[in-house]
Design a protein around this ligand. Structure first.
Ligand code: NAD
Ligand code: GLY
Length: 377
C-alpha cells in the first residue's frame, strides 16, 4: 500500500492506494466515532463491492445504513440527492455518522455534497472504484450535482477525511470507463508533469492491459500531482483551474449531448484536443505538439473529435462555465506541453475556428472515434 497526503493543515488527509484495501476497514475506523456509517453506492457497484465493504466494517464493529442509487451521470441531480437525504433522515443518521461514497465520480461528488449539507456537515470518506475517481474526483473536495443548464453547477468544496483507492476494484471496470480515467491521467502530464507524460507515452499499452504495477504508478503519480495543486489552491483562485484542461469544451459536450451520452473522460479527451488546437492558434504550441497529444488520446482509445453541436451552442454552453469571470470566458491552454495557463483574452475568431475544425471532422490520416449523432438524453 502507498499512502500520500493532501496537505491542508488540520484538514489534511491520507490517500491510501493498493490492492485489496476494501477489506481493510481499520484504515477508516478512526473516523467512525459511534460505530455507524452510511454507505452511498449505486445499482452497479452494490452487487460487486457492497457486501465486501460491509463485512470488513462488521469486522471492526461498524454497522451501516446502505443507500443504493440509480446508476448514471443523468442521475447526478437534485432528485437523486434527495434520495440520500431521505435515507439519512429515515434512519436517523446523526452528525457523527460519516457518509462513505462507494463508487465512481458520480457517487463521490453526490455523496460529498450530501455530506457537506446534511445536518450542516457530517464526516465524509471516499472509496473510489473507477480509475477516474481514483486519480481525480475522490481527491480535492469538489462535490456537487449537475443542473439542467450546466454541469456540476451546484456544489461545495468539502474535503474527505480519508481516501481508500483499492486497485482491485478496477478489475471489473468496463474498458471504456478505464479509458475515461486515462483521459484525466494524461491531463496531469500535459498541464504540469512532462516526465509523467513521457512515461505515459511509453506505458500506455500496460495501462490498457491493466498491468497492476503500471496502474498503481499512474494512480499515485496522478494523486501526487492533484494533492500538490489542491494544497496550494484549495478553492481554485488560481493554479487549481489548470486541472480543468479540456473541461470547458468537455463539459459543453457532456451537457450538449445529454448527460450520460458522452462519458466525462471522453468529453475531456475531445475537449483537450480542442484546447490544444486553440493553443496552437494562439501561437504557443506547434502542429506537431497537437498531433503528439492527439496520438496519445487515440492510443488510449478516447475520442479526439468533438460532436458537432454547432459553434453557437458551444458558445452558449461554455458561457455557463464556472471559470467565466465578469462575463468573460477563460480557457486553460497549453503554453507548451507540460505547462498550462489560464487565458482570458482569446480572440473570438480563433475560438470559432477551433469549434469549426475540431467538431465532427475526420482528421486526415488519423483514425477518428467521432460520434456524430446528436440529441440523445
Ligand atoms: P461514474 O461514477 O458514472 O462511473 C462510471 C461507471 O462505472 C458507472 O456506471 C459506475 O456504476 C460504474 N462503476 C464504478 N465502479 C465500478 C467498478 N469497480 N466496476 C464496474 N463498474 C463500476 O463515472 P466516473 O468516470 O467515475 O466519474 C465521472 C464523474 O466525476 C462526473 O460526474 C464528473 O463530473 C466527476 N468528476 C469530479 C471531479 C471532482 O474533482 N470532484 C473530477 C473529475 C470528474
Ligand atoms: N477536477 C478538477 C478539480 O478537482 O479541480
Amino acid at each position: 500500500m502507498q499512502t500520500l497526503t493532501v496537505g491542508l493543515g488540520d484538514r489534511s488527509y491520507p490517500i491510501h492506494i493498493g490492492k485489496g484495501l476494501l477489506a481493510h476497514a481499520e484504515l477508516i475506523q478512526m473516523h467512525v466515532p459511534r460505530g455507524r456509517v452510511a454507505i452511498v453506492t449505486n445499482t452497479t457497484v452494490a452487487p460487486l463491492y457492497l457486501e465486501k465493504l460491509k463485512r470488513a466494517l462488521q469486522n471492526v464493529a461498524i454497522s451501516s445504513v446502505n443507500v443504493i442509487l440509480p446508476d448514471g451521470e443523468e442521475y447526478k441531480n437534485s432528485e437523486t440527492l434527495n434520495l440520500i437525504y431521505d435515507a439519512l433522515l429515515k434512519n436517523r443518521c446523526e452528525r457523527t455518522t460519516p457518509l462513505i461514497a462507494l463508487g465512481g465520480g458520480v457517487i463521490g461528488d453526490m455523496t460529498g455534497y450530501a455530506a457537506a449539507t446534511y445536518l450542516r456537515g457530517v464526516p465524509f470518506i471516499q472509496i473510489p472504484t473507477t480509475l477516474l475517481a481514483q486519480v481525480d474526483s475522490s481527491v480535492g473536495g469538489k462535490t456537487g450535482i449537475n443542473h439542467p443548464l450546466g454541469k456540476n453547477m451546484i456544489g461545495a468544496f468539502y474535503q474527505p477525511r480519508v481516501v481508500l483507492a483499492d486497485t482491485d476494484t478496477l478489475d471489473t471496470l468496463p474498458d471504456n470507463e478505464l479509458a475515461a480515467g486515462i483521459a484525466e491521467v494524461i491531463k496531469y502530464g500535459l498541464i504540469r508533469d512532462l516526465p509523467f507524460l513521457e512515461w505515459l507515452e511509453k506505458n500506455m499499452n500496460k495501462l490498457l492491459s491493466r498491468d497492476t504495477e503500471a496502474l498503481q504508478y499512474a494512480i499515485a503519480r496522478s494523486c501526487q500531482n492533484k494533492a500538490e495543486v489542491v494544497a496550494a489552491d484549495e478553492r481554485e483562485s488560481g493554479e487549481r483551474a489548470l486541472l480543468n484542461l479540456g473541461h470547458t469544451f468537455g463539459h459543453a459536450i457532456e451537457s450538449g449531448m445529454g448527460y450520460g451520452n458522452w462519458l466525462h473522460g471522453e468529453g475531456v479527451a475531445a475537449g483537450t484536443i480542442m484546447a490544444s488546437d486553440l493553443s496552437q492558434r494562439m501561437g504557443w504550441i506547434s502542429a506537431q505538439d497537437v498531433n503528439r497529444i492527439r496520438m496519445l488520446f487515440e492510443r488510449a482509445k478516447l475520442p479526439v473529435v468533438a460532436p458537432d453541436l454547432g459553434p453557437d451552442k458551444y458558445l452558449e454552453l461554455m458561457g455557463l462555465d464556472k471559470k467565466v469571470e465578469g462575463g468573460k470566458m477563460r480557457f486553460v491552454l497549453l503554453k507548451k506541453i507540460g505547462h498550462a495557463v489560464v487565458q482570458a483574452d482569446v480572440p473570438m475568431e480563433l475560438l470559432k475556428k477551433t469549434l469549426q475544425v475540431c467538431c465532427a471532422v475526420t482528421v486526415p490520416g488519423l483514425q477518428s472515434t467521432q460520434r456524430p449523432t446528436l440529441g440523445g438524453g
